[in-house]
Design a protein around this ligand. Structure first.
Ligand SMILES: *Cc1c(COP(=O)(O)O)cnc(C)c1O
Length: 373
């Protein structure tokens, strides 16, 4: 059986009439940029997360970049985040000329270790940027307490966690801004690239709305430098259709995760979930000392798996200038060598999911026979 990592074709098959219909409407009415469909989707997503404003941009990376830019982060500033994340989180800080300051992770949740943050705060620290990795929120109440006490801004990288909650409050509603990605592999995806900044801050919203259109307050009047960076009408229209299904897709991810937990506990380490979290399983990730061999075995059976991430960011050549070295973040470094994400797409069929389980179990049974013999 050949297993797909994401089954967007199946997702779209169920929605194709609606998707085609808004495609036709948008094609005919001729408004493609900064029109009513984007406005509507911005309002819908803000309401979904429980905030006042959404600002649609080109990608999740741009949402992070423009958030920091809108908050005036630049040379001389420091931003605290984690090395165990997708590159964007750290990259945007560096691109703005600010300094990424990294903290090790909590080995259970893979999120920033909140206990490690205070030691990294300096005079120059402006922002703490938690990443809700794999769809599980960081420890947001304690993190917000630290930020508030020290007068620091929180920008959430919620690219993997749309729909997740911490203590009953949505990921993406805690920080000054939060950043979402609609890249095709994410829990809510468009048919291409897309991103969103979510915030309650009226003034910052105005700044961001100008930044995404060349710093203009009205047409052809420029009050600051800016960018050409918007979410297209067509993508916004697709996203409005898909958002209605996000909760049901996330629930399906949790069901599949629960079945993996039950079936695999005997063979691999299932990282404990924070009891305050409602996880949305952007990735279903186990730990094993057989990362490479298990991955190859599954691949031979037609089953894809993923390692997020194979090398923490402080060990990449692009970030060597930060001066970190191997051993600086031992928990992130160990995680890189042990994590393995298994297929968790909500459109995975029950028998496909069962096939993945059977093959993981088979691998470990063969392994134990080999070790005994
Ligand atoms: C996907 C992702 C991003 C970037 O989103 P794009 O839309 O691909 O630019 C940023 N941070 C994290 C944690 C992500 O998973």
């Amino acid at each position: 059986m050949k297993i797909q990592w994401t089954n967007l074709r199946r997702q779209h098959l169920g929605l194709q009439e609606e998707l085609k219909s808004v495609f036709g409407q948008t094609m005919n009415d001729g408004t493609f940029v900064l029109g009513p469909r984007l406005q509507q989707f911005e309002a819908e997503i803000a309401q979904y997360v429980g905030c006042k404003h959404g600002i649609g941009v080109k990608t999740g990376t741009d949402a992070l970049f423009l958030s920091l830019k809108g908050l005036d982060i630049g040379p001389g500033d420091e931003v605290i985040t984690t090395p165990f994340t997708f590159v964007s989180t750290v990259e945007v800080v560096a691109l703005l000329g600010a300094k990424p300051v990294l903290c090790d992770i909590d080995p259970d949740t893979f999120n920033i270790d909140v206990d490690a943050i205070e030691d990294e705060i300096s005079e120059k620290t402006k922002v703490i940027m938690p990443v809700h990795l794999y769809g599980q929120p960081a420890e947001m109440t304690r993190l917000m307490d630290i930020a508030n006490k020290r007068d620091l801004i929180v920008v959430e990288d919620a690219a993997q966690a749309l729909g997740a909650e911490y203590k009953g409050k949505k990921a993406g509603s805690w920080g000054r801004t939060s950043c979402v990605s609609f890249y095709p592999t994410k829990n809510l995806s468009c048919l291409g690239d897309g991103g969103m900044i979510i915030t309650d801050d009226d003034q910052l919203t105005e700044v961001l709305r100008k930044l995404r259109i060349h710093g203009s307050s009205e047409q052809y009047r420029y009050v600051s430098l800016g960018y050409a960076n918007r979410l297209d009408e067509l993508q916004a229209a697709f996203l409005s259709i898909k958002l209605k299904h996000l909760d049901e897709w996330n629930e399906r991810r949790r069901v599949l995760a629960g079945r993996y937990d039950e079936a695999l506990r005997e063979y691999v380490t299932i990282p404990p979930i924070d009891p305050h979290s409602q996880h949305v399983y952007h990735q279903y990730t186990i730990r094993t000392n057989q990362q490479g061999p298990l991955r190859s075995f599954l691949r031979e059976q037609g089953i894809p798996s993923g390692v997020y991430y194979p090398l923490p960011l402080h060990l990449h050549p692009a970030y060597s200038y930060l001066g970190y070295k191997e051993g600086d973040f031992p928990k992130a470094e160990t995680a890189s060598k042990e994590v393995l994400s298994l297929p968790i797409d909500p459109h995975l069929l029950d028998d496909e999911h069962e096939w993945v389980v059977q093959n993981v179990v088979k691998f470990f049974r063969m392994e134990s026979t080999r070790l005994r013999g």
